[in-house]
Design a protein around this ligand. Structure first.
Ligand SMILES: CC(C)(COP(=O)(O)OP(=O)(O)OC[C@H]1O[C@@H](n2cnc3c(N)ncnc32)[C@H](O)[C@@H]1OP(=O)(O)O)[C@@H](O)C(=O)NCCC(=O)NCCS
Length: 348
């Protein structure tokens, strides 16, 4: 197998090859979730969800140099500079031949060269990635539960009832709506609210994400580049004028039947007023008019995030599947590889 490192921002043909691997693996790796469109996948591959730098590699094998696998190694440069977030993907008809382990070995050596000490990755429970992670001795960390709201299943009158309940507790707050880039007047406060996500559960090996005005602008720009229409609903405190809560949903313009939940956060000083429910119900109201084709909304939360999960349960979200975050020390990779090696070969 030949592994070639490439720059995803430059080599778009190789990113397309990785998208084909993703599409080929989708029926086994993620059979129930929505399919990422090519623009959204490319955007994620090139910039990630948080804009961190990355390295990628494509693996080819055989006389025809057919593409058998790939990896992308995200290298966070704001928080978590000790970490390499790794996604390995092997073509479904090429699995169980040692390619995954070989790609891991290669990525770990790059991570070490780049000063990273910890690798992390996610696998869906029930997909081949999970026994792979267990076989290499990775540590199971955070469990994220993905849920879907089927909008047609919301009983008539339910949203009005929830809105009434939330408004009762949220007197003294007003709603602000926008679509697309965050208005400059709200940028700093949006960064403050997004930073409140730091209180959400995260894996012990990771620092929480922060935010600032520049990161908000870059996130808005990435969404636009991916063809994602992003809707925002914020709650502002009438007394102080500060933004107290924010929820954002993205709709992929190539498949507007799905909405994707991004951030939902309420700052500490304003918790306990049902603002989370208020802004999420307001978002559903807004989407009903702005996105008439929307049918389902996907969200994901750590299984320990009881407050967010309780709100989602009230709205009618149902569990789709579970994703495990795994961690593996870069220094432990040689032992991990030998665990899945067969005598006589580099990897097997
Ligand atoms: C996970 C993945 C990369 C593994 O690729 P692969 O080339 O099949 O991996 P390897 O052949 O190197 O497997 C090494 C060992 O992992 C374990 N393993 C891998 N897939 C397994 C499966 N489906 N069931 C049970 N064990 C499995 C085995 O112990 C295997 O050794 P063996 O084949 O000698 O028994 C591949 O299944 C994939 O692309 N999955 C989708 C994306 C993903 O989940 N990536 C991992 C997160 S970064």
């Amino acid at each position: 197998m030949r592994i070639e490192v490439f720059d995803p921002a430059v080599d778009t043909d190789k990113v397309k090859a990785c998208y084909q691997l993703y599409i080929a693996g989708k029926p086994v790796d993620d059979p129930d979730g929505p399919t990422m469109s090519a623009p959204v996948y490319s955007g994620w591959f090139v910039h990630g969800w948080d804009g961190s730098p990355r390295e990628a590699a494509l693996a080819a094998s055989g006389d025809d140099e057919a593409c058998v696998g790939a990896y992308v190694l995200q290298l966070p440069d704001k928080e978590n500079t000790h970490l390499g977030r790794l996604t390995i993907l092997v073509a479904p008809d090429q699995r169980r031949s040692g390619h995954g382990a070989e790609l891991l070995q290669h990525a770990a050596s790059r991570a070490a060269d780049l000063g990273r000490t910890l690798l992390s990755g996610e696998t869906r429970i029930g997909s081949p990635g999970t026994p792979f992670a267990a076989a290499i001795g990775a540590r199971p960390e955070l469990l994220e539960v993905r849920r879907v709201l089927e909008l047609a299943d919301i009983p008539a009158g339910r949203l009005a009832e929830l809105r009434g309940r939330a408004e009762e507790a949220a007197r003294g707050y007003s709603l602000i709506y926008w679509q697309g880039p965050t208005p400059e007047e709200h940028i700093d406060q949006v960064a403050t609210v997004v930073s409140a996500m730091a209180d959400a559960p995260h894996s012990p090996g990771e620092e929480a994400h922060g935010s600032d005005a520049q990161r908000v602008r870059e996130s808005d720009r990435r969404a636009a580049e991916q063809g994602v229409r992003r809707y925002s609903v914020a709650a502002s405190c009438d007394r102080t004028g500060e933004l107290a809560g924010l929820t954002q949903i993205g709709v992929d313009s190539t498949d507007p039947s799905w909405g994707f939940q991004f951030v939902t956060a309420v700052t500490r000083a304003h918790r306990g007023h049902r603002l989370g429910l208020l802004i999420k119900v307001a978002m559903l109201d807004r989407l009903a008019t702005a996105e008439p084709g929307i049918r389902h909304i996907q969200t994901g939360n750590a299984d320990s995030n009881q407050y967010m999960i309780a709100i989602n349960a009230e709205l009618g979200y149902k569990v789709l599947d579970e994703w495990r975050t795994w961690e593996l020390d870069v220094a432990a990779v040689p032992a991990a590889i030998s665990r899945v090696s067969r005598p006589g070969g580099a990897v097997r």
